[in-house]
Design a protein around this ligand. Sequence first.
Ligand code: ADP
Ligand code: MG
Length: 322
Amino acid sequence: MDEFSIIRNIFSGHDAGADLGIGDDCALLVPQNGCRLAVTSDTLNEGVHFFKDSDPQNLGHKCLAVNLSDLAAMGATPRWFTLAISLPSPDYIDLRKFADGMFALAKMHGISLVGGDTTKGPLSVSITAMGEVPNGQAITRHGAKPGDLVFVTGNLGGAALAVACGYGKYPDLDKDRLIQCRTRLDLPEPRIAAGLALRGIASAMLDISDGIIQDLGHICERSACGAEIYADKIPIHPALYEQSINDIERLDLALAGGDDYELCFTSSPENADEIKAIAENTKIPIADIGKITDKNPDDRQVRVLQGKALFNTSACGYNHFA
Ligand code: ADP
Ligand code: MG
């Protein structure tokens, strides 16, 4: 297969919803009246974001899932995406399987592939996703206020445990537990339904890709406030309670590990009942884990409290060039 047969045979035919889709110099897209376009890009590189020899179907899912997670975090409805893929040769990975994983998730969320680029190079997948949000309703990072509660969807730490195991840590971990964690790492479920339901409710929101301490820190920075979260309220993936993982490692994995793709948001306490109802309706668990404060006196953006004591994580979240 050459470049053009890859585009024609693998990536074309999924561009409904565009005025003009794949095949021209640009796609032509028309957002709905009164909406803003929410645009986000995420790149996954072999050896950095995924292990060499990863299952191609899972890879297709994950590349799109991480972008959908950003749209969810903005409260945006998914609409269109573009795909820039580099690979050393056309058969370096099974592109049909890659496309199967990607398009299955795309279909689930009503998002269309409207263009992209196909080039030779080290395996790398870069997706730009576009969604719509009614003007004034996007959920940004800068709206948190002291007194707001901090919430998180799902549970944390499972994906980080799978990564640790991938590097040879915790060799005694139960096989079924490991599979659960690998699923969290390889097949994240973008929290689109929760993101949409939280329009008008969440004062600030983001998705957790680099550990909640670092990511909630971004909300604090943009909102000029601090946060306090309580260790015993964090929803932790059940596999992290395996015997070979001690208490400190467990909290490090849950609070500073990456790849969770859960939503973290803030909201006034008076919305607590409505948030409970959203969790029930969307079947996505939502836990209240802390509160927004004025800036913390010790200059920490996010303080983790274990009872009354301050918990010092040894890890501090993923940072590419640190
Ligand atoms: P150009 O030379 O103008 O950049 P290309 O020859 O790279 O155009 O691409 C031809 C068409 O195929 C364009 O519409 C482009 O958006 C689309 N395309 C290329 N690669 C991909 C891909 N990986 N996924 C989806 N569409 C693609
Ligand atoms: Mg091109």
